[in-house]
Design a protein around this ligand. Structure first.
Ligand SMILES: NC(=O)c1ccc[n+]([C@@H]2O[C@H](COP(=O)([O-])OP(=O)(O)OC[C@H]3O[C@@H](n4cnc5c(N)ncnc54)[C@H](O)[C@@H]3O)[C@@H](O)[C@H]2O)c1
Length: 306
């Protein structure tokens, strides 16, 4: 049994990671301020500490008392919109909060630190698929804060005896996602379809994204935590390019509704096409996505129906 100090464990992705760790017998201590996450998301058997990662003293104390074998850091301000409106708030949570955790890990001799990053660090893709050597030119303060946090994480690995990895998630979807998270479009579509409304697509719907199922992402986080060879930055993706039109067609099918969307103005600054290679994590640790889009969307729709 290992003890894991997990930030953001009351959130969408964190709750799935916590479930898997508990199922294999680990002790999970969730540290979360319940802004977008909820206590109901924390699986039975996990311990919870209510706290903010911006509060350095509180983070130090919580890590010292937990004495973890590793940190999984998923708490974040995880949306582009708020980062444009309040870049200082985004910076404090995503960069300063990460530094507080790294300092607490260092002070308590924690040997492992796995953190969530994002495909938002890349910005407009030159060549597809995007791999970890592609240029990082974020288009938002959110992408910039995630990139800066990655740099801190990697510098701690160079300076101190701590293995660190930052996982650049593509668009994650699945049960318990809220519209508050980075790829909330699927939640918005599910809720609209189940309410008998036709979803609004921003733009012509031919823009593409890489939608990866949350259970695959949870497994990637745990794989990175377990494998001593995983260190640095890694994409976590489905390696599949799906247009918003295709996505909505699949969801309409899963909901037994007609595909008849409304189209609106495109979002300013929206990336046209995006999909990521996760060959590096596959070659380093054997992780690969298992849940196909149709299956994942059906499970997600069933969750919202229930
Ligand atoms: N959902 C996606 O598609 C996606 C894509 C790329 C990267 N990510 C990253 O994955 C991680 C998890 O995202 P998610 O989708 O589960 O989002 P989420 O909002 O569901 O989870 C974030 C959790 O962090 C907590 N939190 C936020 N600010 C905090 C603070 N200051 N102190 C303590 N806790 C705080 C929230 O209450 C929530 O429980 C984030 O780092 C996010 O940037 C998510």
């Amino acid at each position: 049994m290992q003890t894991i100090f997990m930030t953001g464990g009351a959130g969408f992705i964190g709750s799935h990671v916590a479930e898997r760790l508990l199922a294999r017998g680990d002790r999970v201590v969730v540290y979360d301020n319940f802004t977008t996450g909820t206590a109901a998301n924390i699986p039975a058997g996990a311990e919870a500490i209510e706290g903010d990662i911006r509060d350095k003293a509180n983070v130090q104390q919580a890590v010292a008392e937990t004495k973890p074998d590793g940190v999984i850091h998923l708490a974040a301000q995880s949306k582009v919109g708020p980062s444009l409106e309040q870049p200082d708030m985004d910076l404090e949570i995503n960069i300063l909060g990460t530094v507080h955790l790294l300092e607490a890990a260092k002070a308590n001799d924690v040997p492992r630190f796995i953190s969530a990053s994002s495909a938002a660090v890349y910005g407009h893709a030159g060549q597809l698929p995007i791999d970890e050597t592609s240029a990082t030119e974020p288009l938002s303060p959110y992408g910039t804060s995630k990139l800066a946090a990655e740099q801190y994480i990697q510098s701690y690995a160079r300076l101190y005896p701590i293995r660190t990895a930052a996982l650049r998630f593509a668009n994650v979807y699945g049960p318990r996602q809220t519209v508050e998270t980075e790829a909330g479009v699927i939640t918005i579509f599910c809720e609209a379809l189940l309410a008998g409304k036709q979803p609004l697509i921003q733009g012509d719907g031919e823009q593409t994204r890489d939608f990866v199922y949350v259970e695959d992402v949870a497994e990637a986080v745990i794989t990175a935590f377990d494998h001593e060879t995983v260190s640095g930055v890694y994409n976590v993706s489905s390696e599949t390019q799906t247009s918003i039109n295709e996505l909505l067609k699949e969801l309409s099918h899963a909901a037994n509704r007609e595909f008849n969307p409304q189209y609106g103005a495109p979002r300013t600054g929206d990336i046209r096409h995006s999909y990521l290679s996760s060959v590096k994590l596959r070659q380093t640790a054997g992780w690969k996505p298992k849940v196909a889009l149709a299956e994942g969307l059906q499970r997600t729709m069933d969750y919202y129906k229930a």
